[in-house]
Every structure is written in C-alpha cells, then in structure tokens.
Design a protein around this ligand. Structure first.
Ligand code: PLP
Length: 365
C-alpha cells in the first residue's frame, strides 16, 4: 500500500456501503476500463472467477475443449474444468515463454480435422509478459476460435503499444495479494462488448431474472467484488505505473548482477513488448553454471530466503495427466531449470543484494 488506500477504504466504510455493490465498485470499473483501454470492466471476487465467467460467456460447455498454456498457474486450467470443459495444453515458445502460435495452429487443425474445434484459446500473459498476439490472432481468426486473455499477472504490461487485457474477446485480471496491484483478493473481467459485461454482472450475482420476486432461468454465481475492496483497488490503480516500475527495477537489478554469469538466463523481453516483470524467474543450466537450480534454492533457504521453482507445467500435473499436450520441451526446461527469486516490491536493495551475493558465490565454472 503506497497511496490513498487507507483514505479510500475508510470512505467506503463510513458510507456504510459494506456490500458487493456500491459507488466504489462502479467507479473502479470505469477507471479500470479506461486504464486498460476496453469499453467495459466488471469487478469480481477473483481472477479465477473472471476466467470462469469469460469461458461461460464465450459459450464453453460440458464436453468442450479449450486450448491453453501448459506453463501457467493452476487457476487457468482449473477454470476450464469449472465450465465442464477439458484443457488442451500447448508448450511455450522460447522468445516470450507464452503460447507457441505454431503449436496452437497444429492443435486447431487437428480439432478441425476431427470435426470438433476447441471453443476458445485461453492465452496466458505469463509473469507479466503478453503472448505474441499478432501471430496468435491470425491463427485463431483462421479457425474462427475466440481468444480469452488471462492477464492476471500482466496489469500494466503492453504489446505493440497496446495494453494487456485488450487482446482477446475478453480479458481477465487478478488482485490477489501477490499480484501487481491488490485488493487482498479480487478480479476484473474486461471486454468491449456491453452485452457481455451485462451478462458477467448478471452471472456474478446469482443470475436473477428481472422480476420483483426471485426468478431464475440460469445458474448463477456469487462472484461480485465488495465495495470495501473496490475502494482499495481504486487507490492501488492510481499508482499502477509505480508498482510496475518497482517490479521492473527489481528485475533489472537481478539482470545486471546475474544475467552475465555463465549458464544463467532471464526471461527475454522482445522488441515491442513491455513486461510488468511480475516475478523475476531465471533459468540455470548446471553444466555451465556449476550448480543446479535446486542447489541454489537450498543455499538461499539456508539463509532463510524463500525462492521457488517455476510453474510445474500443467501437462505434468497428476490431475491433468490425461489431457492432450502439444510439444513440451520448452516449458519442461523452464520447470527443471527455472527459479523464482524474491520479487515483491517491499524487497529492499540491501535484501536483494544478499540474494544476489549468495547466487554469485555458487557459480563455479
Ligand atoms: C493469480 C492468477 C490467476 C488467478 O487469480 P486469483 O485472483 O488468485 O483467482 C489466474 N491466472 C494466473 C496466470 C494467475 O497468476
């Protein structure tokens, strides 16, 4: 919290709008849509809820398939199963660590041949860097399959000058405690289509049909954001650029001190991309570095510093073991060699230099 969060929260509290509706919810939606550059935004209880509703609105139903990244947080794939569908996983490409458009094309062609096209491509902007949407959009357009953007980690990122969240028919954001901005928990669905925004609000509030009594012709959900949390979100959004710049400064310091060590690579940021650097993940090739990712993680743990392995790909998870997978070598390497370093914006320069010093001391080639 670095700005007006406390004042805004107290304003919401004092107004007695202690409910999943109220003036801060409405204002947060307007300000968020403006910032991301979409016509509409719908404030929800989590990013997972946003993805779930986006899939339902895109027409995903029981028995359908949805294409997504294997290299992602489980929430992405879980939401597909909430809609009754089965994920089809795709490997990352080395350039952006995101969905490989060539493999997406192969999966869509297979679906076409089999007479059952996936209902949507749920593209993830992993650790705050967007997928290659120019290529993805042209592949998906060829098959008429809509893109939904999981931009949970990418608020404030851009691609070819346009903000993350604009690249699908719908975009999904998270305000969980560890995200770029937080409301402690929350999410946002963005879209240019008014009918979809209205449908999202309808489904998020138990799908009450217009009637004086309680009338229901659809299954609904309790997914709306609280007015108290929206107040915090508005104050966080005011400082979005600062939050992103802080994350990028942390990444840049790691890159400056560790990026040239033999065997160490950081996520590339290709020309035209602007990443939030939500997390700094580096990969360690033990043959050139002289120590494995696990060696480094344990050495940090010895000093009471938590570092975590990168996402274990979804196709390697027991619960998704039966799902189709296209490719795999890129994301499998990211898991084997990847390490997420402390990246929270409360990390001081001195603390970060301790992390850097320990990693440098392990290099022995
Ligand atoms: C955090 C996250 C989500 C889920 O957001 P919640 O608000 O925690 O439900 C979905 N996808 C990705 C890629 C995430 O990082």
């Amino acid at each position: 919290m670095i700005g007006n969060e406390r004042e805004m929260l107290l304003d919401a509290f004092d107004s007695n709008w202690i409910a999943p509706l109220g003036p801060h919810v409405n204002a947060f939606e307007v300000e968020f849509a403006q910032r991301v550059g979409t016509k509409h935004a719908v404030a929800l209880s989590s990013g997972t809820a946003a993805i779930h509703l986006a899939l339902i609105i895109a027409g995903v139903e029981q028995g359908d398939t949805v294409i997504t990244s294997s290299f992602t947080f489980a929430a992405t794939a879980n939401a597909i199963t909430y809609a009754g569908a089965t994920p089809i996983f795709i490997d990352s490409e080395s350039m952006s660590w995101n969905l490989d458009p060539e493999l997406v094309a192969v999966a869509l062609e297979d679906g076409q041949q089999a007479g059952k096209l996936p209902k949507a491509v749920l593209a993830v902007d992993i650790v705050g860097q967007t997928a290659d949407y120019e290529r993805l959009q042209s592949v998906c357009a060829r098959y008429g399959v809509p893109i939904i953007e999981d931009a949970a980690e990418a608020l404030g990122a851009s691609y070819q000058g346009r903000s993350a969240g604009q690249f699908g028919e719908m975009g999904c954001f998270s305000f969980n405690g560890n995200k770029i901005i937080t409301t402690s928990g929350g999410g946002m669905l963005v879209t240019d289509r008014e009918d979809w925004a209205l449908q999202a609000r309808f489904l998020a509030t138990q799908a009450r049909d217009p009637a004086p009594h309680y009338e229901h012709s659809h299954i609904g959900y309790n997914y709306r954001m609280s007015n108290l949390l929206a107040a915090i979100g508005r104050a966080q959004l005011e400082n979005l650029n600062v939050h992103v710049e802080n994350r990028r400064a942390i990444f840049n310091r790691y890159r400056d001190h560790l990026g040239k060590l033999p065997g160490i690579e950081l996520m590339p940021e290709p020309e035209g991309w602007y990443s939030t650097r939500w997390l700094t993940i580096l990969t360690i090739d033990p043959a050139s570095f002289g120590a494995t990712t696990t060696d480094v993680r344990l050495a940090l743990e010895q000093e009471n510093i938590e570092a975590r392995p990168a996402w274990k790909p979804m196709h390697q998870q027991p619960i998704f073991a039966n799902c189709k997978m296209y490719g795999g070598s890129v994301c499998e390497r990211l898991f084997e060699q990847g390490l997420c370093l402390p990246s929270g914006t409360s990390l001081s320069e001195g603390q970060q230099m301790r992390v850097i010093g320990i990693i440098q001391s392990l290099q022995s080639s």
